[in-house]
Write a protein that binds this ligand. Structure first.
Ligand SMILES: Cc1cc2nc3c(=O)[nH]c(=O)nc-3n(C[C@H](O)[C@H](O)[C@H](O)COP(=O)(O)O)c2cc1C
Length: 191
């Protein structure tokens, strides 16, 4: 069965390094017949800059956030996808704020019962892919850690492509071998 891939890309650059990585990944995935949807979170409209921790989602049967903004359309797509790609430039050794703002809204994709000590999530069994680049060769492994921990916590598989020395936006095309690696990863997650 063909994979349904949702890509959440947190770069504010429409044609930068992150976009190249995403395009190359999709090139590989589509060769394997995957359906890919790209959402550029930098251009989404949010009512608040992150999760409000209102916990209303925890009192409802359905998964999803009650805040009525662009995240409301995206969260169901995460539930429907079999592969979720998180793409980001390294910003001060973490993800861009533009990606983090939607990542924190994932809170509404879990149901915790703290008395029973249980957690349920529709993320279980899906695959998370992290695509990231940085100017330097410091910090990308640290960036990957919260994504990998979240994937483990959620019962998701995790894989990543971390590209150091990518230079300024657009310069990633000058790095040898990265295009091939991103295409190969796109194919691999669909196999
Ligand atoms: C706000 C900001 C913070 C950054 N912080 C880092 C950093 O901590 N380490 C690093 O190596 N590169 C850093 N960079 C460079 C970007 O991570 C790098 O150029 C990335 O490949 C750009 O991707 P993009 O073209 O999709 O924006 C930073 C860039 C910006 C604009």
């Amino acid at each position: 069965m063909s994979k349904n891939i949702l890509i959440l890309s947190g770069s504010p650059k429409r044609n930068g390094n992150t976009k190249r990585l995403v395009d190359w990944f999709m090139e590989g995935a589509r060769k394997k017949g995957a359906e890919c949807e790209l959402i550029e979170t930098a251009f989404m409209k949010f009512k608040f800059s992150g999760c409000l921790s209102c916990r209303v989602c925890q009192k409802r049967k359905e998964y999803g956030c009650v805040i009525n903004d662009d995240a409301k359309q995206v969260l169901p797509k995460i539930i429907d996808a079999s592969v979720i790609v998180m793409a980001t430039p390294l910003y001060f050794y973490g993800p861009s704020a533009q990606l983090k703002v939607i990542f924190d809204r994932w809170f509404s994709l879990y149901k915790w019962d703290n008395k029973a000590g249980t957690m349920k999530t529709p993320l279980k069994g899906k695959t998370m892919v992290l695509l990231a680049s940085a100017y330097e060769d410091i910090g990308l492994k640290d960036l990957a850690r919260p994504f990998k921990l979240t994937a483990d916590y959620s019962g998701m598989k995790f894989t990543s492509l971390l590209v150091p020395n990518a230079g300024e936006s657009g310069d990633i095309v000058k790095l040898r071998g990265v295009h091939g690696k991103a295409v190969a990863l796109g194919k691999k997650v669909c196999s």
